[in-house]
Design a binder for this molecule. Structure first.
Ligand SMILES: Cc1cc2nc3c(=O)[nH]c(=O)nc-3n(C[C@H](O)[C@H](O)[C@H](O)COP(=O)(O)OP(=O)(O)OC[C@H]3O[C@@H](n4cnc5c(N)ncnc54)[C@H](O)[C@@H]3O)c2cc1C
Length: 321
């Protein structure tokens, strides 16, 4: 059976950041696992009939010096660009947001298609089980999934978690988001930078034309619905048509070639934890992190890519051997 110093569950931005910090500390005996077929989590990009579209985070902002230093490195390498905005510039990856995650995860020992279903605490740490019947041993574990998924996993596990810490987790509420993704045969009339988030119909949060954004050779548009709207229509099978109806006057629907719907059950957290990670074990062996864990002095006070980064970074620094 394989044995690791640390297992990081969730290869989103927090998990990737933490894994890279562990590697920097010289800890090579780690495993990053994710249930999906690719790393990145909510940094998501997909192909639609020859086009390409981001359908998770579209951009990110920077409020801390430490994140700024990373961002400057990615700018120098040409991985990201400044997209729009003055006070807090919106940065985006030049080849789709998922490509940034893939780049950052290069060199991290990773196991994809691996859904962790159960964790059992034992004398030498933790035994982890996945849905395919695999198991492995890990001295320490870092959980970076959206909090409701952390709670689900803890319910099926045998680990000692302090009740006051568990109660903090239970207060976190994640909101859903629907994203309609549309491929057109002709360019759109959306603004030059491809981004609209003002004067939109009720329930609609933003529209993005990825050809104008610069990541797609073909015209693909993502339409993001607000969390209230997404909650109201959650699970309905006519959502894609409803979004189209709402956007009727913005796009030329007779040029539509292909359409897809992305349903994020856990898109962004409404209630957050006022700490950049939580030590579930009380012994520094089982820790929870992710974008819903905010530093006490967090300026934005909401989940975002930067909070995922800071949480992963702080959690990695907390572990000691
Ligand atoms: C629609 C949408 C729009 C957004 N817009 C913005 C934006 O404009 N700007 C911004 O800064 N942020 C935005 N965000 C938020 C941003 O994407 C997140 O804050 C960030 O990507 C979260 O990273 P994370 O690592 O904490 O979590 P995630 O990216 O969710 O990573 C968690 C990972 O855990 C995996 N996982 C879950 N359960 C298990 C399990 N049991 N076993 C194994 N793996 C598991 C998942 O597959 C996932 O890959 C947006 C998010 C969404 C969904």
């Amino acid at each position: 059976m394989n044995n690791y110093e640390i297992t990081i569950v969730g290869a989103g931005f927090s998990g990737i950041t933490a894994a890279n910090r562990f590697l920097k500390q010289g800890r090579k005996d780690l495993l990053l696992v994710d249930k999906s077929k690719s790393v990145g989590g909510r940094l998501a990009t997909r192909r639609v009939a020859g086009g390409k579209a981001d359908h998770g985070a579209q951009f990110f902002t920077v409020r801390t010096k430490e994140f700024e230093e990373e961002v400057e490195g990615w700018l120098d390498q040409g991985r990201i660009k400044r997209w729009f905005g003055d006070e807090y510039p919106r940065y985006t990856a030049v080849d789709g947001m998922n490509s940034l995650a893939k780049h950052l995860a290069k060199g991290i020992p990773t196991s994809l298609h691996t859904t962790v279903t159960r964790i059992v605490q034992n004398t030498s740490g933790f035994r982890l089980y996945d849905e395919n019947g695999n198991e492995w041993q890990s001295e320490k574990v870092l959980l970076t999934m959206p909090v409701p998924q952390i709670i689900e996993l803890l319910k099926d596990s045998e680990v000692r978690v302090d009740s006051s810490v568990y109660n903090q987790l239970k207060k976190v509420v994640f909101e859903p988001t629907y994203v309609g993704i549309y491929k057109f045969n002709h360019p759109t009339n959306l603004p030059e930078d491809g981004h609209v988030d003002t004067d939109l119909p009720e329930g609609m949060e933003r529209m993005v034309d990825h050809e104008k954004k610069g990541i797609s050779k073909e015209t693909t548009v993502s339409i993001y619905m607000k969390s209230d709207w997404s909650r109201k229509y959650y699970g309905e099978d006519y959502v894609l048509s409803l979004i189209k109806e709402k956007a009727a006057s913005y796009l030329d629907w007779k040029d539509l070639e292909s359409e897809q719907l992305k349903r994020w059950r856990y898109a962004q957290a409404k209630n957050v934890v006022q700490s950049s990670f939580l030590d579930l074990s009380g012994e520094g062996t089982l820790v929870a992190a992710g974008d819903a864990f905010l530093r006490e002095n967090d300026e934005a006070k909401r989940t975002r890519l930067e909070s995922a980064y800071l949480s992963g970074k702080d959690a990695a620094a907390y572990f000691s051997w």
